[in-house]
Write a protein that binds this ligand. Structure first.
Ligand SMILES: [Zn+2]
Length: 172
């Protein structure tokens, strides 16, 4: 903070305004609920990406983790959390309805459930599976290279990348 005091006033003011603008403009993509400063995020807007494949993740950090693997070229659906009765988080607190609408709207061939290998993650995956199974969409999940109990953020890029490439049909 101290170095700011040595800068000219107008420079500090510009910096302050740009932080305020950034804060005001950050929102969520209306399609996938990723963080975005535009209505539709850069990933959803990118025509080079495969619009027929959706990867369902818990949060925006997971989007970043998967993007870092460079093994995925589809689109995302960010749930905004996972079902966790202990924390008072139920299905209605997440973007599951919006996911169901996206799939029912058609054009999606595969939904990849890329949630943490925890009880909460499994519960959430199964809930989504039950919601989507009647649509006939292919539902897959990460190969369990991601160790049980691990959240995606802690999986290294190589492991996460191969879990995505070797994904398996979701079953229970
Ligand atoms: Zn988006």
């Amino acid at each position: 903070m101290l170095h700011l005091l040595k800068r000219p006033n107008d420079e500090v003011e510009r910096l302050g305004n740009s932080i305020i603008n950034a804060r005001n403009n950050i929102g969520y993509c209306k399609v996938c609920h990723n963080i975005s400063d535009t209505e539709t995020c850069a990933i959803c807007a990118d025509q080079r990406r495969d619009a027929h494949t959706l990867c369902v993740v818990e949060n925006i950090q997971d989007v970043m983790s998967i993007e870092n693997t460079q093994q995925y070229n589809g689109r995302y659906h960010v749930l905004g959390g996972i079902i966790s009765p202990m924390d008072g988080i139920g299905p209605n607190d997440l973007t599951i309805d919006s996911l169901e609408e996206r799939v029912k709207a058609g054009g999606i061939n595969e939904v990849i459930l890329a949630l943490s290998a925890t009880i909460e993650g499994d519960t959430t995956s199964f809930y989504i599976y039950k919601k989507l199974v009647s649509t006939g969409v292919k539902i897959t999940t990460l190969a369990r290279g991601v160790a049980v109990g691990d959240s995606l953020q802690y999986a290294d890029e190589v492991t996460l990348g191969s879990s995505l490439l070797n994904r398996i049909p979701f079953s229970r």
